[in-house]
Design a protein around this ligand. Structure first.
Ligand SMILES: Nc1ncnc2c1ncn2[C@@H]1O[C@H](COP(=O)(O)OP(=O)(O)OP(=O)(O)O)[C@@H](O)[C@H]1O
Ligand SMILES: O=P(O)(O)OC[C@H]1O[C@H](OP(=O)(O)OP(=O)(O)O)[C@H](O)[C@@H]1O
Ligand SMILES: O=C(O)c1cccnc1
Length: 475
């Protein structure tokens, strides 16, 4: 359920203050971006835009929202909001222009994922929900892409619902995981809502509900003759594999084939090799081995290096929660204000570290391509354009510069104008394909999970110089 109250109180107190001070209609530009790639990786996958647009689409303060806000009191007991402001809110219709990077696109630090332009009160009111959606889904889509990469072409199925951050977190995590390249989900609602293939095995409780493991396997296979993956580790894993083979033989006699077995504990490399041997010797070379148990990209990679014979990876907790990184630190910063003469006045927030200072202007990202490989991205001010040849400067290390050559295209495209969506409809499967193709266009060193190459993404030289001048003036 979408609500304009999915926000931090300070957005509403600032809105009241803009309204009170007569600056509510000041035309502004904000950018949503992150400063550091998640998981120590070389890329991130942009996600969450669809949820943002759905939220903006239904944005309005209903009677019960206004009634609630009208009851709020300050710590001193005074009414928080004047009734005239609440009347203003009840009539408010967002008047924003949004440009965004398409979902599924690989993106890099400092690049705006969304650019929001409009009256400052309006642009401010969307900050919290927008960041919540973009930060979480980008985090999970990126984690999924890393796991899918580590699996080297074998399917990764998302099993995270029970360990996700609440029911809404589970649903958007399943969506983001599919975008990042997962092959399916155990989340049935995500299957219905987004058309993601639903997949699964069975739990230990099924085996524990019978006296004998063999009986549990037989009964399950009878009920699901064409969709049986048997969990073999409830008691003794290799004995479990032998029992699964007995069931597989009975199934075959009835004209069906066992789909697979699942390993969920112990040394997954060794057990999968032993299980493969037993299955092959028994004539079940097609039976798949599924593995689960607190997997992530580094364990998957390590298991593959150890020669594990795992055909399908089931991943829950560390995918839908981000695992080693629980949140993406994406921010939403004011970057320019329109002057009465129509020009844009840049706005900058200084920081102790120059790389953390915000980037002024109305920003765009231009991506350069050499044949099928991307060579670099320039963040530039759309109104100032490029100063001479496209040279980028790394804001974290200004001596790192690179001249970009090749074909180029702009990443931010109009998605919202005059109260409605614009541009081509971007479906979830399209986003998944964009992610696949985008990752294929990256140098393998950039995709490496540990200590990757830094993809050249930086500030267009003219913009970097301009930003330095502004920072000096503020020093
Ligand atoms: N060969 C392996 N190499 C690297 N990591 C592995 C290997 N086998 C399993 N793991 C991982 O090790 C972690 C812990 O496994 P461990 O064997 O301690 O737990 P467990 O099998 O669940 O324990 P228990 O047998 O008590 O259920 C899991 O994240 C699992 O994915
Ligand atoms: O380890 P994760 O990556 O989070 O993957 C999901 C886990 O959830 C299940 O365990 P659980 O003990 O909840 O139920 P079970 O009896 O079906 O194993 C499953 O067996 C996996 O181990
Ligand atoms: O289907 C499975 O095997 C499954 C589903 C959810 C969590 N763990 C495993």
């Amino acid at each position: 359920m979408n609500s304009p109250l999915q926000t931090d109180l300070y957005q509403l107190t600032m809105a009241a203050a803009y309204w009170h001070s007569g600056t509510a209609d000041q035309e502004s530009v904000f950018h949503a971006f992150f400063r550091q790639l998640p998981f120590g990786g070389g890329y991130a996958i942009a996600a969450g835009l669809e949820s943002v647009l759905e939220w903006v689409e239904t944005f309005h303060f209903a009677q019960h929202d206004i009634a609630y806000l009208g009851e709020l009191r300050t710590p001193r007991g005074e009414l928080m909001f004047p009734p005239e402001f609440l009347k203003f809110l009840s009539e408010l219709r967002l008047d924003l222009s949004i440009d965004a990077v398409a979902e599924g696109e690989p993106v890099f630090a400092h690049e705006p994922l969304l650019r929001v332009q409009g009256p400052i009160l309006h642009a401010q009111l969307v900050e919290t929900a927008l960041l919540n959606m973009v930060n979480f889904q980008t985090l999970v889509a990126t984690k999924a892409a890393r796991m899918v990469d580590a699996a080297g072409g074998a399917p990764v199925v998302e099993f995270g619902y029970r360990r996700a951050q609440g029911p809404d977190g589970a649903l958007s995590a399943s969506r983001a995981a599919w975008m990042g390249g997962c092959a399916g989900t155990s989340n049935v609602l995500a299957g219905q809502r987004y058309g993601i293939p639903v997949r699964g095995t069975h739990a230990h409780s099924w085996v524990m509900s019978f006296d004998e493991e063999t009986e549990a396997f037989d009964r399950y296979a009878e009920a699901m003759p064409d969709n049986s993956i048997l969990l073999v580790d409830t008691y003794d894993t290799l004995q479990g594999v032998r029992n699964a083979i007995l069931t597989a033989r009975k199934l075959r006699e009835r004209g069906h084939e066992l789909g697979g077995i699942r390993l969920d504990s112990g040394d997954l490399a060794w057990l999968s090799q032993q299980a493969r041997m037993l299955l092959d010797e028994a004539g079940f070379a097609e039976v798949k081995i599924v593995a689960s148990n607190d997997l992530d990209e580094s364990i998957i990679e390590s298991l593959r290096q150890q020669g594990a014979r795992i055909d399908v990876w089931g991943v829950g907790t560390r995918l839908v929660t981000g695992g080693d990184q629980a949140a993406l630190g994406g921010v939403y910063k004011l970057a320019a204000l329109r002057q009465p003469d129509g020009s844009w006045k840049p706005r900058i927030k200084r920081s102790e570290q120059s790389a953390k200072s915000s980037i002024p202007g109305r920003l765009q990202v231009r991506r350069f391509r050499n044949r099928s490989e991307w060579v670099g991205d320039a963040i530039y001010d759309e109104d100032r354009g490029f100063t001479g040849d496209p040279v980028i400067v790394d804001p974290a290390d200004p001596v790192r510069r690179k001249k970009l050559v090749g074909e180029s295209f702009d990443l931010l495209q109009p998605v919202w104008r005059g109260g409605r969506r614009v541009g081509a409809t971007q479906g979830l499967d399209e986003a998944r394909e964009r992610c696949r193709a985008g990752l294929a266009a990256l140098h393998p060193g950039v995709r490496r999970a540990v200590n990757p190459h830094r993809y050249p993404a930086g500030l267009e030289r003219g913009l970097w110089q301009y930003r330095e001048t502004l920072l000096e003036a503020r020093a």
